[in-house]
Design a protein around this ligand. Structure first.
Ligand SMILES: Nc1ncnc2c1ncn2[C@@H]1O[C@H](COP(=O)(O)OP(=O)(O)OP(=O)(O)O)[C@@H](O)[C@H]1O
Length: 282
């Protein structure tokens, strides 16, 4: 009896899975400029976290920290229980869109296949077939099959973006980092891509960190929001963060937030900095 009760706490500790992302006392500074500090954040498997903030508030820098590309100035970062590491196959990443050289001859399907490099698919015909099957499955999911064999340089911005999303999803990552993934997508593909990302969270237990200037297209999918402004931040459910009192405090000026037909409408003296895209455009 005594021996059993002594072993129970140990067993319980082992059974608790690590959060997908854990930041403790995290600070990022460039020279004297502090982007954010004192950031404590756990993102659980299956959680969808929207990361908001005006230009230059440090959203992309946060993703770079999680990717192991940017060291913290203070504090710790762990991905699925291990230190953040460059090239980790635990992470899928949709980078901010940049134009691809028109002469690039790499094909879309090859780009998506690169998302499986570093995974243990092994050699042999069976493995190669499995790999191809997975690539084809993800290409279908982003509706890119029709142009997957064409050179990347000849594709439109939206077509390239869907391939980047496929590349991030193909390895079933524990953490999915998305840097404004909906830019240049039409409304139908915005919906499809954001639903796919949320589905990956639900079905594969991926934690999603989704940087966006447009919260409304993903609002129904979002569990929590991290809102960064000038070194300050708030973390909470959309209702806890996206309200007049909290945003006015964060921006240090009067901000009005209203819900109109399920959308957030933000207005106020500083509305141009505070996600003007959330303001209903007439
Ligand atoms: N390596 C670096 N050295 C110095 N300053 C940097 C470095 N990387 C980024 N910065 C600065 O840090 C700030 C935050 O950049 P970051 O790209 O993280 O912002 P962001 O919130 O993603 O902005 P945006 O919404 O415009 O994409 C910017 O002012 C940027 O110029």
């Amino acid at each position: 009896m005594t021996a059993k009760s002594e072993t129970e706490p140990e067993a319980a500790r082992v059974a608790v899975p690590a959060p997908a992302v854990r930041l403790r006392g995290a600070e990022l500074s460039y020279g004297p400029r502090v982007l954010w500090d004192g950031l404590d954040l756990d993102v659980e498997p299956g959680e969808f976290l929207a990361v908001l903030g005006p230009n230059g508030s440090g959203k992309t820098s946060l993703l770079r920290v999680l990717l192991g590309l940017q060291p913290l100035s203070a504090g710790t970062v762990r991905i699925a229980g291990a230190p953040a590491q460059r090239g980790s196959n635990k992470i899928g990443y949709v980078p901010q869109q940049r134009s691809v050289d028109a002469t690039l001859t790499l094909r879309g399907s090859d780009l998506v296949g690169l998302g499986l490099d570093g995974h243990h698919w092994g050699l042999g015909l069976r493995r190669r077939r499995e790999r191809r099957r997975r690539v084809d499955e993800v290409l279908r999911a982003v509706e890119a099959t029709a142009y997957a064999k064409r050179p990347l340089g000849l594709l439109s911005g939206g077509e390239q973006q869907r391939l980047r999303v496929a590349q991030a999803l193909v390895g079933n990552p524990a953490v999915l980092l998305c840097d404004e993934p909906l830019l240049s997508l039409d409304v139908a593909h915005q919906r499809r891509v954001s639903n796919l990302i949320a589905q990956q969270a639900r079905e594969s237990g991926a934690a999603v960190l989704f940087v966006t200037h447009e919260l409304n297209p993903v609002l129904p999918l979002v569990d929590r929001v991290l809102y960064l402004v000038d070194g300050r931040f708030r973390i909470g459910t959309p209702d806890e963060v996206m309200n007049s009192a909290t945003l006015s405090e964060l921006y240090g000026t009067d901000i009005e937030v209203a819900r109109v037909g399920g959308r957030l409408v933000v207005s106020g003296t500083d509305e141009e900095r505070c996600h003007v895209h959330e303001v209903e455009q007439a």
